[in-house]
Design a protein around this ligand. Structure first.
Ligand SMILES: [Zn+2]
Length: 460
Protein backbone atom coordinates (compact mmCIF):
# COMPACT_ATOMS: atom_id res chain seq x y z
CA UNK A 1 0.00 0.00 0.00
CA UNK A 2 1.34 3.39 -1.01
CA UNK A 3 0.30 6.84 0.04
CA UNK A 4 0.43 10.03 -2.00
CA UNK A 5 0.44 13.40 -0.28
CA UNK A 6 -0.29 16.61 -2.17
CA UNK A 7 2.35 18.84 -0.60
CA UNK A 8 2.51 21.70 -3.07
CA UNK A 9 0.16 24.20 -1.37
CA UNK A 10 1.23 27.81 -0.98
CA UNK A 11 -0.68 28.83 2.12
CA UNK A 12 -1.36 32.34 0.90
CA UNK A 13 -3.82 33.10 3.71
CA UNK A 14 -1.33 31.80 6.29
CA UNK A 15 1.40 34.19 5.18
CA UNK A 16 1.71 35.76 8.65
CA UNK A 17 2.59 32.34 10.11
CA UNK A 18 4.02 30.49 7.14
CA UNK A 19 6.39 33.24 6.01
CA UNK A 20 8.32 31.64 3.16
CA UNK A 21 7.28 28.03 3.77
CA UNK A 22 5.03 25.85 1.63
CA UNK A 23 1.78 25.21 3.53
CA UNK A 24 2.50 21.56 4.49
CA UNK A 25 5.75 22.72 6.13
CA UNK A 26 4.03 25.18 8.46
CA UNK A 27 5.08 24.15 11.96
CA UNK A 28 2.49 23.20 14.58
CA UNK A 29 3.98 22.86 18.07
CA UNK A 30 7.40 22.86 16.44
CA UNK A 31 6.86 20.24 13.73
CA UNK A 32 5.64 20.59 10.14
CA UNK A 33 2.08 19.48 9.62
CA UNK A 34 3.35 17.02 7.01
CA UNK A 35 5.39 15.23 9.64
CA UNK A 36 2.23 14.48 11.63
CA UNK A 37 0.69 12.96 8.51
CA UNK A 38 3.74 10.84 7.81
CA UNK A 39 3.88 9.60 11.38
CA UNK A 40 0.20 8.70 11.22
CA UNK A 41 0.76 6.73 8.00
CA UNK A 42 3.64 4.88 9.65
CA UNK A 43 1.49 4.07 12.68
CA UNK A 44 -0.89 2.40 10.20
CA UNK A 45 1.91 0.36 8.68
CA UNK A 46 2.11 2.47 5.50
CA UNK A 47 5.79 3.19 4.77
CA UNK A 48 5.93 3.95 1.06
CA UNK A 49 5.04 7.58 0.59
CA UNK A 50 5.14 9.78 -2.50
CA UNK A 51 5.21 13.52 -1.87
CA UNK A 52 3.98 15.73 -4.68
CA UNK A 53 5.72 19.06 -4.33
CA UNK A 54 5.44 22.36 -6.09
CA UNK A 55 5.88 25.73 -4.47
CA UNK A 56 9.22 25.68 -2.55
CA UNK A 57 9.42 21.92 -2.94
CA UNK A 58 13.10 21.96 -2.05
CA UNK A 59 12.18 22.87 1.55
CA UNK A 60 10.07 19.71 1.80
CA UNK A 61 12.77 17.52 0.26
CA UNK A 62 15.47 18.97 2.47
CA UNK A 63 13.48 18.23 5.64
CA UNK A 64 12.29 14.70 4.87
CA UNK A 65 15.03 13.42 2.56
CA UNK A 66 14.49 9.79 1.61
CA UNK A 67 12.42 9.30 4.77
CA UNK A 68 14.85 6.92 6.45
CA UNK A 69 15.25 9.25 9.44
CA UNK A 70 11.52 8.72 10.06
CA UNK A 71 11.38 5.03 9.23
CA UNK A 72 9.64 5.71 5.90
CA UNK A 73 10.52 5.36 2.22
CA UNK A 74 9.79 8.72 0.68
CA UNK A 75 10.00 9.60 -3.00
CA UNK A 76 9.09 12.85 -4.73
CA UNK A 77 7.29 14.12 -7.76
CA UNK A 78 8.00 17.77 -8.36
CA UNK A 79 5.56 19.79 -10.43
CA UNK A 80 7.36 22.47 -12.45
CA UNK A 81 3.99 24.00 -13.29
CA UNK A 82 1.00 23.32 -10.98
CA UNK A 83 -1.03 20.30 -12.14
CA UNK A 84 -3.96 20.75 -9.76
CA UNK A 85 -5.03 18.13 -7.23
CA UNK A 86 -5.05 15.25 -9.74
CA UNK A 87 -2.61 15.90 -12.59
CA UNK A 88 0.47 14.32 -11.06
CA UNK A 89 -1.34 10.98 -10.71
CA UNK A 90 -1.01 10.53 -14.48
CA UNK A 91 2.79 10.42 -14.18
CA UNK A 92 2.71 8.20 -11.10
CA UNK A 93 0.25 5.59 -12.37
CA UNK A 94 2.94 2.99 -13.08
CA UNK A 95 4.38 3.09 -9.58
CA UNK A 96 1.16 3.25 -7.56
CA UNK A 97 -0.31 0.24 -5.76
CA UNK A 98 -3.70 -1.09 -6.98
CA UNK A 99 -5.34 0.75 -4.10
CA UNK A 100 -3.60 3.82 -2.76
CA UNK A 101 -4.25 6.50 -0.22
CA UNK A 102 -4.24 10.16 -1.19
CA UNK A 103 -4.06 12.99 1.34
CA UNK A 104 -4.17 16.74 1.02
CA UNK A 105 -0.97 17.92 2.68
CA UNK A 106 -2.45 20.83 4.63
CA UNK A 107 -4.63 18.75 6.96
CA UNK A 108 -4.03 18.07 10.61
CA UNK A 109 -5.28 14.52 11.09
CA UNK A 110 -5.06 11.37 13.13
CA UNK A 111 -6.92 8.61 11.34
CA UNK A 112 -7.19 4.83 11.56
CA UNK A 113 -6.42 4.38 7.86
CA UNK A 114 -6.56 0.58 8.14
CA UNK A 115 -10.25 0.86 9.00
CA UNK A 116 -10.90 3.05 5.97
CA UNK A 117 -8.95 0.70 3.68
CA UNK A 118 -10.97 -2.28 4.91
CA UNK A 119 -14.09 -0.32 4.14
CA UNK A 120 -12.89 0.56 0.63
CA UNK A 121 -12.18 -3.10 -0.13
CA UNK A 122 -15.52 -4.22 1.28
CA UNK A 123 -17.38 -1.74 -0.97
CA UNK A 124 -15.24 -2.51 -4.00
CA UNK A 125 -15.58 0.99 -5.46
CA UNK A 126 -13.12 2.97 -7.56
CA UNK A 127 -12.91 5.71 -4.96
CA UNK A 128 -13.77 6.12 -1.29
CA UNK A 129 -14.09 9.61 0.13
CA UNK A 130 -13.56 10.30 3.81
CA UNK A 131 -16.56 12.39 4.88
CA UNK A 132 -17.41 13.97 8.19
CA UNK A 133 -19.84 16.51 9.59
CA UNK A 134 -18.48 19.98 10.32
CA UNK A 135 -19.70 23.21 11.89
CA UNK A 136 -20.08 25.04 8.57
CA UNK A 137 -21.59 22.66 6.01
CA UNK A 138 -23.33 25.57 4.24
CA UNK A 139 -20.01 26.79 2.83
CA UNK A 140 -18.37 23.39 2.34
CA UNK A 141 -18.54 20.83 -0.48
CA UNK A 142 -21.18 18.38 0.72
CA UNK A 143 -21.27 14.76 -0.39
CA UNK A 144 -24.73 13.40 -1.19
CA UNK A 145 -25.39 9.72 -0.53
CA UNK A 146 -28.39 7.49 -1.01
CA UNK A 147 -28.66 5.47 2.17
CA UNK A 148 -32.44 5.37 1.98
CA UNK A 149 -32.41 4.00 -1.54
CA UNK A 150 -30.06 1.24 -0.46
CA UNK A 151 -32.31 0.34 2.47
CA UNK A 152 -35.37 0.24 0.22
CA UNK A 153 -33.56 -1.99 -2.27
CA UNK A 154 -32.46 -4.22 0.55
CA UNK A 155 -36.00 -4.47 1.85
CA UNK A 156 -37.26 -5.31 -1.61
CA UNK A 157 -34.70 -8.14 -1.81
CA UNK A 158 -35.90 -9.54 1.49
CA UNK A 159 -39.61 -9.38 0.80
CA UNK A 160 -41.46 -11.83 2.97
CA UNK A 161 -38.59 -12.37 5.37
CA UNK A 162 -38.26 -10.99 8.86
CA UNK A 163 -34.82 -9.52 8.99
CA UNK A 164 -33.86 -6.75 11.36
CA UNK A 165 -32.36 -4.18 9.05
CA UNK A 166 -30.05 -2.68 11.59
CA UNK A 167 -28.68 -6.11 12.45
CA UNK A 168 -28.06 -7.53 9.01
CA UNK A 169 -28.63 -4.68 6.61
CA UNK A 170 -26.17 -2.78 4.47
CA UNK A 171 -23.91 -0.56 6.48
CA UNK A 172 -25.24 2.99 6.13
CA UNK A 173 -21.81 4.32 7.07
CA UNK A 174 -20.87 3.03 3.66
CA UNK A 175 -23.35 4.77 1.49
CA UNK A 176 -22.86 5.09 -2.23
CA UNK A 177 -22.24 8.65 -3.38
CA UNK A 178 -24.88 10.06 -5.72
CA UNK A 179 -23.76 13.65 -6.03
CA UNK A 180 -21.81 16.60 -4.72
CA UNK A 181 -23.16 19.98 -3.66
CA UNK A 182 -20.36 22.42 -4.39
CA UNK A 183 -19.76 25.15 -1.85
CA UNK A 184 -20.43 27.84 -4.44
CA UNK A 185 -23.59 26.29 -5.81
CA UNK A 186 -26.99 27.63 -4.80
CA UNK A 187 -28.70 25.16 -2.44
CA UNK A 188 -32.44 25.01 -2.20
CA UNK A 189 -32.56 21.47 -0.82
CA UNK A 190 -31.91 19.84 2.55
CA UNK A 191 -28.71 17.81 2.84
CA UNK A 192 -26.88 15.58 5.27
CA UNK A 193 -23.91 17.26 6.92
CA UNK A 194 -21.16 15.20 5.33
CA UNK A 195 -18.26 17.15 4.02
CA UNK A 196 -15.38 15.92 1.87
CA UNK A 197 -12.39 16.00 4.22
CA UNK A 198 -9.59 15.65 1.64
CA UNK A 199 -8.64 12.00 2.29
CA UNK A 200 -9.19 9.38 -0.40
CA UNK A 201 -8.63 5.71 -1.04
CA UNK A 202 -8.40 5.34 -4.80
CA UNK A 203 -8.12 2.36 -7.07
CA UNK A 204 -5.89 2.57 -10.11
CA UNK A 205 -8.98 1.92 -12.22
CA UNK A 206 -9.71 5.60 -11.71
CA UNK A 207 -6.64 6.51 -13.77
CA UNK A 208 -7.05 4.00 -16.57
CA UNK A 209 -8.53 6.46 -19.10
CA UNK A 210 -6.49 9.41 -17.97
CA UNK A 211 -4.71 11.43 -20.66
CA UNK A 212 -1.56 13.41 -20.22
CA UNK A 213 -2.68 16.64 -18.55
CA UNK A 214 -2.43 19.85 -20.53
CA UNK A 215 -3.00 22.00 -17.49
CA UNK A 216 -4.49 21.55 -14.06
CA UNK A 217 -6.55 18.44 -13.30
CA UNK A 218 -9.04 18.62 -10.45
CA UNK A 219 -9.20 15.31 -8.58
CA UNK A 220 -12.82 15.79 -7.50
CA UNK A 221 -14.31 17.29 -10.66
CA UNK A 222 -12.27 15.62 -13.39
CA UNK A 223 -11.50 12.17 -11.98
CA UNK A 224 -14.02 11.30 -9.25
CA UNK A 225 -17.27 12.92 -10.36
CA UNK A 226 -17.43 11.01 -13.65
CA UNK A 227 -17.38 7.77 -11.61
CA UNK A 228 -20.33 8.81 -9.41
CA UNK A 229 -22.93 8.18 -12.11
CA UNK A 230 -21.60 4.65 -12.50
CA UNK A 231 -22.08 4.02 -8.76
CA UNK A 232 -18.35 3.52 -8.23
CA UNK A 233 -17.78 6.09 -5.47
CA UNK A 234 -18.44 5.52 -1.76
CA UNK A 235 -18.44 7.75 1.30
CA UNK A 236 -16.71 6.62 4.46
CA UNK A 237 -18.19 8.52 7.40
CA UNK A 238 -15.90 9.05 10.35
CA UNK A 239 -15.69 11.13 13.51
CA UNK A 240 -11.89 11.34 13.50
CA UNK A 241 -10.01 14.60 13.66
CA UNK A 242 -9.30 16.05 10.21
CA UNK A 243 -9.02 19.82 9.88
CA UNK A 244 -7.38 22.13 7.43
CA UNK A 245 -5.39 25.10 8.64
CA UNK A 246 -6.17 27.54 5.87
CA UNK A 247 -6.45 30.67 8.00
CA UNK A 248 -4.64 32.03 11.07
CA UNK A 249 -7.79 31.43 13.19
CA UNK A 250 -7.99 27.79 12.15
CA UNK A 251 -4.27 27.43 12.68
CA UNK A 252 -4.68 28.59 16.29
CA UNK A 253 -7.54 26.22 17.02
CA UNK A 254 -5.74 23.24 15.47
CA UNK A 255 -2.64 24.02 17.53
CA UNK A 256 -4.73 24.18 20.70
CA UNK A 257 -6.48 20.88 19.89
CA UNK A 258 -3.17 19.17 19.25
CA UNK A 259 -1.78 20.40 22.55
CA UNK A 260 -4.86 19.19 24.48
CA UNK A 261 -4.64 15.73 22.90
CA UNK A 262 -7.95 16.09 21.06
CA UNK A 263 -6.42 15.17 17.70
CA UNK A 264 -5.11 11.79 18.86
CA UNK A 265 -8.09 10.97 21.09
CA UNK A 266 -10.50 10.93 18.13
CA UNK A 267 -8.61 8.20 16.27
CA UNK A 268 -11.12 5.35 15.99
CA UNK A 269 -8.59 2.80 17.11
CA UNK A 270 -9.09 4.43 20.53
CA UNK A 271 -12.24 4.12 22.65
CA UNK A 272 -14.69 7.01 22.16
CA UNK A 273 -17.16 8.64 24.52
CA UNK A 274 -20.58 9.57 23.27
CA UNK A 275 -23.68 11.47 24.29
CA UNK A 276 -26.60 9.61 22.72
CA UNK A 277 -29.68 11.73 22.17
CA UNK A 278 -33.22 10.63 21.57
CA UNK A 279 -34.80 12.57 18.69
CA UNK A 280 -38.51 13.41 19.12
CA UNK A 281 -39.12 15.43 22.27
CA UNK A 282 -35.40 15.80 22.94
CA UNK A 283 -33.91 17.53 19.87
CA UNK A 284 -37.14 18.44 18.09
CA UNK A 285 -40.56 19.37 19.45
CA UNK A 286 -42.84 16.49 20.34
CA UNK A 287 -45.86 16.99 18.09
CA UNK A 288 -47.10 13.50 17.35
CA UNK A 289 -45.29 11.38 14.80
CA UNK A 290 -43.07 13.21 12.35
CA UNK A 291 -43.90 11.85 8.89
CA UNK A 292 -42.80 14.74 6.68
CA UNK A 293 -39.92 17.22 6.85
CA UNK A 294 -42.27 20.14 7.53
CA UNK A 295 -43.43 18.45 10.75
CA UNK A 296 -39.94 18.52 12.21
CA UNK A 297 -39.33 21.61 14.32
CA UNK A 298 -36.11 21.90 16.29
CA UNK A 299 -36.34 22.83 19.93
CA UNK A 300 -35.05 26.35 20.51
CA UNK A 301 -32.17 25.19 22.74
CA UNK A 302 -31.13 22.19 20.61
CA UNK A 303 -28.43 23.81 18.46
CA UNK A 304 -26.73 25.51 21.41
CA UNK A 305 -26.74 22.28 23.44
CA UNK A 306 -25.33 20.26 20.53
CA UNK A 307 -22.63 22.87 19.84
CA UNK A 308 -21.42 22.32 23.41
CA UNK A 309 -21.21 18.56 22.78
CA UNK A 310 -19.37 19.18 19.48
CA UNK A 311 -16.67 21.15 21.29
CA UNK A 312 -16.30 18.51 24.00
CA UNK A 313 -14.64 15.11 24.05
CA UNK A 314 -18.02 13.43 23.38
CA UNK A 315 -19.45 12.31 20.08
CA UNK A 316 -23.10 13.22 19.53
CA UNK A 317 -25.28 10.47 18.06
CA UNK A 318 -29.06 10.31 17.65
CA UNK A 319 -30.84 7.05 18.44
CA UNK A 320 -34.50 7.05 17.55
CA UNK A 321 -37.46 4.70 17.22
CA UNK A 322 -39.27 5.35 13.95
CA UNK A 323 -42.14 2.86 13.84
CA UNK A 324 -43.72 5.17 11.24
CA UNK A 325 -41.61 3.27 8.68
CA UNK A 326 -43.01 -0.15 9.64
CA UNK A 327 -46.50 1.33 9.69
CA UNK A 328 -46.05 2.50 6.13
CA UNK A 329 -46.60 6.13 7.16
CA UNK A 330 -43.12 7.22 6.15
CA UNK A 331 -40.74 5.62 3.64
CA UNK A 332 -37.00 5.32 4.14
CA UNK A 333 -36.66 8.14 1.61
CA UNK A 334 -39.00 10.40 3.57
CA UNK A 335 -37.20 9.60 6.82
CA UNK A 336 -33.91 10.44 5.12
CA UNK A 337 -35.36 13.77 3.99
CA UNK A 338 -36.48 14.50 7.58
CA UNK A 339 -32.94 13.81 8.78
CA UNK A 340 -31.52 15.99 6.02
CA UNK A 341 -33.69 18.82 7.28
CA UNK A 342 -32.56 18.23 10.85
CA UNK A 343 -28.88 18.30 9.86
CA UNK A 344 -29.28 21.26 7.51
CA UNK A 345 -30.97 23.36 10.19
CA UNK A 346 -28.49 22.42 12.90
CA UNK A 347 -25.67 23.11 10.42
CA UNK A 348 -26.92 26.66 9.84
CA UNK A 349 -26.36 27.22 13.55
CA UNK A 350 -22.92 25.63 13.59
CA UNK A 351 -24.04 22.40 15.30
CA UNK A 352 -23.77 18.85 14.00
CA UNK A 353 -24.75 15.26 14.77
CA UNK A 354 -22.00 12.69 14.29
CA UNK A 355 -24.47 10.08 13.09
CA UNK A 356 -28.09 8.93 13.31
CA UNK A 357 -29.21 5.38 14.11
CA UNK A 358 -32.88 4.51 13.84
CA UNK A 359 -35.15 1.54 14.39
CA UNK A 360 -37.74 1.27 11.57
CA UNK A 361 -39.52 -1.72 13.12
CA UNK A 362 -42.67 -2.30 15.12
CA UNK A 363 -44.05 -5.52 16.49
CA UNK A 364 -47.82 -5.11 16.29
CA UNK A 365 -49.21 -6.31 13.00
CA UNK A 366 -52.54 -5.69 11.40
CA UNK A 367 -52.54 -2.07 10.24
CA UNK A 368 -53.45 -1.19 6.68
CA UNK A 369 -50.52 -0.02 4.60
CA UNK A 370 -47.92 -1.52 6.93
CA UNK A 371 -44.61 -3.01 5.77
CA UNK A 372 -44.82 -6.65 6.91
CA UNK A 373 -41.07 -7.22 6.65
CA UNK A 374 -40.53 -4.60 9.36
CA UNK A 375 -43.21 -5.93 11.69
CA UNK A 376 -41.52 -8.02 14.33
CA UNK A 377 -39.95 -7.75 17.77
CA UNK A 378 -36.47 -6.52 16.89
CA UNK A 379 -33.46 -5.94 19.08
CA UNK A 380 -33.05 -2.29 18.13
CA UNK A 381 -36.32 -0.70 19.22
CA UNK A 382 -35.71 1.21 22.44
CA UNK A 383 -35.81 0.23 25.28
CA UNK A 384 -33.78 -2.57 23.71
CA UNK A 385 -30.19 -1.37 23.42
CA UNK A 386 -29.48 -2.57 19.86
CA UNK A 387 -28.97 0.92 18.43
CA UNK A 388 -26.41 1.71 21.12
CA UNK A 389 -24.56 -1.51 20.36
CA UNK A 390 -24.59 -0.78 16.66
CA UNK A 391 -23.21 2.73 17.18
CA UNK A 392 -20.64 1.43 19.66
CA UNK A 393 -19.43 -1.08 17.12
CA UNK A 394 -19.18 1.40 14.29
CA UNK A 395 -17.43 4.14 16.27
CA UNK A 396 -15.59 2.10 18.90
CA UNK A 397 -17.60 3.68 21.73
CA UNK A 398 -17.08 2.87 25.39
CA UNK A 399 -20.71 2.71 26.52
CA UNK A 400 -19.82 2.91 30.20
CA UNK A 401 -18.17 6.27 29.59
CA UNK A 402 -21.19 7.51 27.63
CA UNK A 403 -24.62 9.01 28.30
CA UNK A 404 -28.12 8.39 27.00
CA UNK A 405 -30.42 11.41 27.14
CA UNK A 406 -34.11 11.32 26.34
CA UNK A 407 -37.55 12.40 27.42
CA UNK A 408 -39.06 8.99 28.07
CA UNK A 409 -38.56 5.96 30.28
CA UNK A 410 -37.79 3.97 27.14
CA UNK A 411 -34.66 6.07 26.75
CA UNK A 412 -33.62 5.56 30.35
CA UNK A 413 -34.15 1.81 30.14
CA UNK A 414 -32.31 1.62 26.85
CA UNK A 415 -29.31 3.41 28.37
CA UNK A 416 -29.35 1.18 31.43
CA UNK A 417 -29.54 -2.00 29.38
CA UNK A 418 -26.76 -0.73 27.11
CA UNK A 419 -24.57 0.19 30.08
CA UNK A 420 -24.50 3.99 29.69
CA UNK A 421 -25.32 6.57 32.29
CA UNK A 422 -28.75 8.07 31.80
CA UNK A 423 -30.41 11.45 31.97
CA UNK A 424 -34.16 11.94 31.74
CA UNK A 425 -35.58 15.21 30.44
CA UNK A 426 -38.78 16.26 32.12
CA UNK A 427 -40.66 19.15 33.54
CA UNK A 428 -41.31 19.40 37.28
CA UNK A 429 -44.68 17.67 37.08
CA UNK A 430 -43.16 14.79 35.12
CA UNK A 431 -40.37 14.45 37.63
CA UNK A 432 -42.77 14.02 40.52
CA UNK A 433 -44.82 11.47 38.60
CA UNK A 434 -41.73 9.52 37.58
CA UNK A 435 -40.40 9.43 41.12
CA UNK A 436 -43.67 7.89 42.25
CA UNK A 437 -43.82 5.24 39.59
CA UNK A 438 -40.21 4.32 38.98
CA UNK A 439 -38.50 1.47 40.67
CA UNK A 440 -35.16 2.65 42.01
CA UNK A 441 -33.36 0.36 39.60
CA UNK A 442 -34.97 2.11 36.66
CA UNK A 443 -34.42 5.65 37.88
CA UNK A 444 -32.18 7.78 35.69
CA UNK A 445 -28.81 8.89 37.02
CA UNK A 446 -29.89 12.49 36.50
CA UNK A 447 -32.80 14.61 35.36
CA UNK A 448 -32.98 18.02 33.72
CA UNK A 449 -35.67 20.38 32.46
CA UNK A 450 -34.30 20.69 28.93
CA UNK A 451 -31.45 19.56 26.72
CA UNK A 452 -29.28 22.60 27.33
CA UNK A 453 -29.31 22.26 31.11
CA UNK A 454 -28.77 18.52 30.69
CA UNK A 455 -25.63 19.07 28.62
CA UNK A 456 -24.38 21.71 31.06
CA UNK A 457 -24.70 19.13 33.87
CA UNK A 458 -22.60 16.61 31.97
CA UNK A 459 -20.04 18.92 30.40
CA UNK A 460 -18.75 21.38 32.94
ZN1 LIG B 1 -35.69 -2.29 15.35
Amino acid sequence: MKAVIMAGGQGTRLRSIAKDLPKPMVPVLGKPILEYQIRCLLANGIREIILITGYLGEAVQEYFGDGSAFGAEISYFHEEAPLGTGGALYYLREQLSDDFLLLMGDLMLDVDFCRMLDFHRACGGAATLFVHPNSHPYDSDVIVTDTAGELSEYLEDRKGREVPISEEGPDPAGARVTGVLGKKEERSCFYRNQVNAGIYVLSKELLSDMKEPEGKVDLDKDLIRPMIGAGRVYAYRSTEYVKDMGTPDRYESVSADLEKGVVAARNLSRKQKCIFLDRDGTVNELRGFVKKPEELVLKPEAAEAIRIINRSEYLCILVTNQPVVARGDCSFEELEEIHRKLETELGREGAYIDDIFFCPHHRDRGFSGEVPELKFACRCRKPEPGLLYEAAKRYNIDLEASWMIGDSLQDVLCGKRGGTRTLLLQDLQGAVKAAETLEAAEAPDRTAGDLLSAIRQIIA
